[in-house]
Design a protein around this ligand. Sequence first.
Ligand SMILES: [Mg+2]
Length: 258
Amino acid sequence: MTMTDPLPLQAITFDLDDTLWDNHGVMVATETGHYAWLDRELAGWLQAHGRSTSPRFSECFPLESFELRRRALAHAHPLHRGHFTWLRERALTEMLGEYGLEPATAEQWARAAMARFMELRHRVEPHPEVEPLLTGLGRHYRLASITNGNVDIQRLALGRHFPVAIAAGEILAPKPDPRPFLAALARLGASPARALHVGDSWREDVEPARRLGMQVAWISPHVDDTPMPPGIHRLDHVRELPALLRRLGQPAPEWELR
Ligand SMILES: [Mg+2]
């Protein structure tokens, strides 16, 4: 190997939300869907138990107040600020208690609403190119996912491509903390210099990965010709990853989306 040969890449790590799928629509549907489910099911349950359903839970606690409650909890529990599932369940339990439910009943309903939330949350639709892309990349590289969000990749068909999946919020070290990157690389057995991270957030993906010495593919569809700093490669879409790998002198899957 000469000085000009690129270091062969061994591992690729992927952000999930807004990298492998568009997250906005599913997030809105999840947010409104599970809250409406809770409001409806709880009213039915109260009625069946001969208890008053007026005012409704959602009248006492509109969706905006749920968000404010989560923010206040994150502020009061900074260690848990990235653990969105914990924040959500805790906020719901508090509000349901204030609505008049006994503590154990409030906890049960909060847990049920979160189960509904997680079911809706996993209705993401990966970009059609992602499945063949990961299949091809898996032949050349070790793959990991690193997310701050609450999608459990192992609940999706795509999960089989990721022997390592890091939920950064759950380990209480959300990106841009370097620890989820280091945890993924350690488990893949790759050094940062031999790894590429793919993600859409400049602050949470690009900066921390680059600081560790990883190559970075920044998924940013905004047309912009600003030259990128060394080691950072802007792509419109994750489907452009094989072309980037070839430009970097690395093996890349040969596939065409028909
Ligand atoms: Mg993202």
